[in-house]
Design a protein around this ligand. Structure first.
Ligand SMILES: [Zn+2]
Length: 302
């Protein structure tokens, strides 16, 4: 009798254990579901250049630019689900080395469904390699999309409007000076009530034109154009965007003097909180469509 009771007790203990385990599994599932309501935007710390990683609430992955070298590969390893070797979309804003070079490595190592760029002509061996890799990607099933004003990239409730280039630049030749900054793809992202503006390296010339045509600029988060160059970030432009947070993607001790004191001062005068990838590391922003949660890898140490 004693033995039977003991066995029963054992069985009920095991049953409780199984229930507890099921509970944990259920919790994990609930947690994943809750987490997937977030849009995640990471301004990756890749040195002197731009690279922005976006995870939509339905777990689509978009990379805007790849920075100047292979740092982006380590960053993707950290930010993509374990073992994932594919991206839904990459966007090359313009083929300058600090935006392009990292993407060359990404396109070689990751399967990419959609590749968006402007199709301009530029000099340099990296640009030639980009063309070859594009062709290879196309042959293995990637779709190449030429960015056009007014086009929209949509996934569920996340939408990105292309608001620059303002005219078609496809096939336009920028050699020998390669001054293609103003052809950069500018994207205005909306998720619920939250908005982001990604400005590539556009100068004040394009900023003025965007103001002139009353483009939809107002955004919670602004990626400062051209790493904080003094030729961008007009006061009127910053006022029109009116961001709660500005992010400057920039490398420590870069030779360009980015970000420039004049732009930092303008941001300060307008009381715009500013984070920098050289001081804060990767800046991550989570949005539930209503609120933003900002986290940074490092606290400023100077
Ligand atoms: Zn740049």
């Amino acid at each position: 009798m004693e033995n039977i009771l003991t066995t029963k007790q054992k069985i009920s203990l095991i049953a409780i254990g199984v229930l507890l385990l099921l509970n944990v599994v259920a919790w994990q599932r609930v947690f994943i579901l809750v987490e997937s309501h977030y849009l995640k935007v990471d301004f990756l710390d890749v040195g002197q250049g731009d690279s922005i990683f976006i995870e939509t609430p339905s777990l689509r992955h978009i990379l805007i630019d790849g920075g100047p070298g292979n740092a982006v590969l380590g960053q993707l390893g950290k930010h993509l689900p374990l073992g994932q070797k594919s991206l839904d979309m990459i966007i090359l804003t313009h083929p300058d080395s600090d935006h392009l070079n990292g993407l060359l490595q990404v396109i070689e190592k990751y399967k990419v469904d959609y590749i968006v760029w402007t199709g301009i002509v530029r000099g340099g061996s990296q640009y030639q390699l980009w063309l070859r890799l594009l062709e290879k990607a196309r042959e293995s099933g990637s779709k190449i999309i030429i960015a056009k004003l007014g086009s929209k990239i949509k996934n569920g409730q996340v939408a990105m409007d292309i608001i620059n280039p303002l005219t078609s630049v496809y096939g336009q030749d920028f050699r020998p000076k390669n001054n293609d900054n103003d052809t950069g793809i500018v994207l205005h992202l909306t998720y619920g009530k939250n908005t982001f503006l990604f400005t590539a390296d556009i100068s004040s010339i394009i900023e003025s034109k965007l103001l002139e045509i009353k483009a939809n600029l107002a955004s919670d988060v602004l990626k400062i154009a051209h790493h904080g160059s003094k030729y961008s970030s007009l006061k009127g432009f910053l006022q029109a965007v009116n961001p709660r947070l500005a992010v400057i993607s920039v490398g420590a001790h870069n030779t360009y003097g980015h970000p420039t004191p004049i732009v930092l001062q303008r941001l300060q005068d307008l009381n715009i909180t500013t984070l920098r990838t050289d001081q804060n590391g990767t800046v991550e922003i989570l949005s539930d469509g209503q609120n933003l949660k900002v986290s940074k890898e490092k606290t400023q140490n100077n």
